[in-house]
Ligand binder design. Structure first.
Ligand SMILES: *Cc1c(COP(=O)(O)O)cnc(C)c1O
Length: 385
């Protein structure tokens, strides 16, 4: 089976992890800060906080922005459940904004309409989480303009988008947001096995997130209620968690970061080749805004079902039978049983639901060969025509 995504681990990556295993620190040593430095420099942010997953990063990002009971967080229905769940961890409520049917990202026009209605109802969101689906940035200028007008904060879920660009800047510069979150799960662009990071330009938010990842504990005398009793002293000043990243994960991350550029180049090349290979098939290929350069975490095709005699499920099953490890990103979050029980229902977000009827993620990963790609394209052609 040709998988839809796969990590790429070299001997260099393995050596870096083994070296750390023989060192003095397995956690809370010098490698995590080194990894934080590499990522923040690469994306152009001022501060970075490494954690054990992007899910944890979303949670502490929400808490740092004071999301709590009675507050609202809005995100896209076409995302992994974690982008929405983070609000529920904070006892806030979740709502969704429908996608743009061409980019599949949260639609700024739909957001504006919903904000106007929410303002009248006195129910504006505190946080909006735009998700850069497949690695293509959302229209951040438009979303930032709405944030200035309606007063909400922005957390970019860039789990798919390390190495991507928006305008002249890298995704993660936080030029149009308060905090940006990355995931290093093995299917993503670079991996630390499990792992994530929150980046920001605000030192206060960074300090809060650092405390929240480690029990709410500080060693900074300025933040304490009295002078430290001695060099051992620390204070817990709020309720935090153990969301720390290990040194082995950070060592893998540092090693992977040296190849980020190479990863993105190959993904961009494979995407360009797919565009050529699939161009005449009854499909909608991923539309790219001129202002964005995707990291191509996923290559998502949409079937033009009116031109096909087969169903979405038939095509999906036939591809799997042909050894093509296709997948579907994502089941609209509001249609998950857990969210339906909060009152969400079919028809709430029609563009997202239509997308779900037609979308398929086809294989795209760093080590994919041109031959494998040709095999995917040939199978698709045979199945569709
Ligand atoms: C993978 C992913 C997450 C969660 O990442 P973890 O590191 O596995 O917690 C969140 N949001 C999106 C969009 C993702 O793709």
């Amino acid at each position: 089976m040709i998988p839809y995504g796969k990590q790429d681990i070299t001997q260099g990556d393995i050596d870096a992890v083994i070296e750390v295993l023989g060192s003095d620190f397995l956690t809370q040593g010098p490698v995590v800060p080194r990894f934080e430095e590499l990522v923040k420099t690469s994306v152009g942010a001022g501060f970075s906080v490494a954690v054990n997953s992007a899910t944890s990063a979303l949670h502490i990002a929400c808490l740092a922005l004071d999301l709590g009971p009675g507050d609202r967080l809005w995100t896209s229905p076409i995302t992994f459940v974690a982008s929405a769940n983070c609000a529920l961890y904070c006892n806030a409520s979740v709502d969704f904004v429908d996608i743009d049917p061409t980019t599949y990202n949260l639609c700024p026009q739909a957001l504006e309409q919903k904000l106007i209605a929410a303002e009248l109802a006195g129910a504006l969101p505190k946080i909006v989480v735009p998700v850069h689906l497949a690695g293509q940035s959302c229209d951040m200028k438009a979303i930032k303009a709405l944030s200035d007008r309606f007063g909400f904060r922005i957390i970019e879920d860039a789990s798919h988008a390390i190495g991507a660009a928006y305008g002249d800047e890298k995704v993660g510069s936080c030029h149009y947001s308060d905090i940006t979150v990355f995931s290093f799960h093995p299917v993503k662009i670079i991996t630390t096995a499990e792992g994530g990071m929150a980046v920001t330009n605000d030192p206060v938010l960074a300090g809060k997130m650092e405390r929240l990842r480690s029990h709410g504990i500080t060693r900074d005398p300025h933040l304490m209620t009295h002078t430290p009793h001695g060099p051992w002293y620390y204070q817990q000043i709020e309720l935090g968690f153990n969301y720390r990243m290990t040194e082995m994960q950070a060592a893998l991350g540092c090693s992977q970061m040296t190849r980020l550029h190479e990863f993105i180049e190959r993904r961009q090349q494979l995407a360009a080749q797919y565009a050529e290979l699939l161009n005449d098939l009854p499909l909608m290929l991923p539309y790219q805004l001129e202002t964005t350069a995707s990291s191509w975490h996923l290559y998502i095709i949409r079937l033009q079902l009116s031109e096909l005699s087969k169903s979405h499920l038939d095509v999906f099953n036939e591809l799997r039978s042909a050894g093509i490890g296709v997948n579907l990103h994502y089941i609209p979050v509001h249609l998950q049983p857990y969210y339906r029980q909060m009152g969400f229902a079919d028809g709430d977000f029609p563009h997202a639901e239509q997308y779900y009827q037609e979308a398929i993620s086809i294989p795209l990963f760093h080590a994919m060969t041109d031959e494998q790609q040709l095999q995917v394209a040939t199978s698709l052609r045979r199945i569709l025509i």
